[in-house]
Write a protein that binds this ligand. Structure first.
Ligand code: ATP
Ligand code: MG
Length: 410
């Protein structure tokens, strides 16, 4: 029996990987200009890092982590990368470097979720983290970088949803307000919401369960909850963020019920959504996390960041179906073909050969499916030190000197 890939995981096949690399190249360029430097942290970390970092009351920590024991240590495959980047920031004393420290990453993440369209158990995230700046200009700059990146990869019709969750004291008051309004209907809500009521009531606002949504509608719960009352400082921070975004010409929609699934957010939270993604419509999520560095044992350090899901992003990009071979060398002399193919490659062009002595018609038939040009080097060409180059779109061909051909490739 053939062994198949595990449920919720998938192979990234070459055609898709070419597009991933295009996306990553764009990221590399945009992030370089914005002064983000790439970092790579280990795929597994101490379980404690995520328990403390992502938060004990989140779905990620409670239900979704791949955790195992090794040499009596509890290890977890990273479900997200912010906690790992913060750990690295502290471990390498980056708080002593010139701030802001701006980092970006790309790699696989692991969450034990119910697989469905746009939701896998191993998926890839690309993200940025910016440490050391409390001012709302940092939030605006990060959001602008995300928008630029999406534009660069050709995404259209995206909407940026924005909210502020305030500081601990704003949130504590908001939590009480939510609890008071939810309590009378609590017994009718889903099991998860009942649990969230004591552990993380904010997340009730974000429940995707249809029955819960219906109850919220009927009882006008969301209208009554209305929005978080921010303290003066948080309110100023949020207004400044919005005016910076206006200045940068970034369009956004305020969503007072956007709470995000991770515990570490403070003040700014945002998501970038696309209608084309169906029910898993968020392609990017992020926000400010001013307490996380301290929670993980470091000095109080403001920070902001976001992460994009590569699979969802890829599903939104236009797929171009290009032939990826420039020259296909055709010969019945395998050794000559091998030499010429590699001479072309050494001129930085993609070249391939048939690795056979098959009839030229067969070789050309194959070449026309995958290459732009055929380079024919038959017995007579070898004798004359020439090649025949055939355009595989219009089938026009010319014979030229082999050295001139090689030196003309650029
Ligand atoms: P969702 O609400 O869709 O579960 P999330 O809030 O859990 O998203 P984050 O942890 O903020 O997501 O991750 C940021 C991005 O990573 C998401 O916007 C999405 O594109 C992607 N992502 C998250 N979980 C998955 C998954 N299981 N499979 C594929 N992509 C994912
Ligand atoms: Mg999730």
């Amino acid at each position: 029996m053939i062994i198949k890939a595990q449920k919720g995981t998938k192979d990234v096949l070459p055609e898709e990987y070419i597009q991933w690399k295009n996306i990553l190249n764009k990221a590399d360029e945009i992030f370089k200009y914005a002064n983000f430097k790439q970092i790579s942290t280990p795929i597994f970390e101490a379980t404690e890092l995520f328990k403390r970092g992502v938060g004990d009351s989140t779905d990620i920590v409670n239900k979704e982590m791949y955790t195992f024991e090794k040499s009596e240590r509890s290890i977890t495959l990273r479900p997200e990368n912010t906690a790992g980047v913060v750990r690295a920031y502290l471990e390498h004393n980056m708080q002593r470097e010139i701030q802001p420290v701006k980092l970006w990453y790309f790699g696989p993440m692991f969450r034990y979720e119910r697989p469905q369209a746009g939701r896998q158990r191993q998926f890839h995230q690309l993200g940025v983290e910016m440490f050391g700046i409390e001012d709302a200009s940092a939030d605006a700059d990060c959001i602008y970088t995300a928008v630029k990146f999406f534009e660069a990869v050709g995404l259209k019709n995206l909407s940026v949803e924005l909210n502020s969750l305030g500081c601990n004291s704003c949130r504590n008051k908001f939590r009480e307000k939510i609890k008071n309004l939810i309590e009378p209907v609590l017994s009718e809500l889903c099991f998860d919401c009942q649990k969230r009521f004591s552990t993380n009531p904010l997340r009730i606002l974000d429940c995707k369960n249809e029955t819960c949504k219906q109850i919220f509608d009927e009882k006008q719960i969301l209208e009554k909850i209305s929005h978080i009352e921010l303290c003066e400082e948080c309110s100023t921070h949020y207004s400044q963020l919005k005016s910076h975004l206006d200045m940068l010409n970034v369009k956004y929609i305020e969503n007072p019920f956007l709470v995000r699934g991770l515990d570490y957010y403070t003040r700014t939270v945002f998501e970038i959504k696309s209608e084309n993604l169906g029910s898993q419509n968020a392609v990017c999520g992020g926000g400010r996390y001013d307490n996380l560095v301290e929670t993980l044992g470091g000095p109080k350090t403001p920070a902001v960041g976001w992460a994009v899901g590569m699979e969802r992003l890829y599903s939104l990009t236009e797929k171009d179906n290009v032939k990826n071979i420039d020259y296909f060398v055709i010969s019945d002399n395998i050794s000559e073909a091998l030499k010429l193919t590699n001479e072309i490659r050494n001129r930085n062009k993609t070249a391939e050969m048939d690795y056979s002595k098959r009839k030229f018609t067969k070789q050309i038939e194959k070449a026309s499916k995958i290459a732009d040009f055929a380079v024919i080097i038959g017995e007579s060409e070898i004798a004359k030190h020439t090649i025949t180059i055939k355009n595989l779109k219009n089938f026009e061909q010319t014979e030229i000197d082999r050295d001139i051909f090689i030196s003309s490739i650029n």
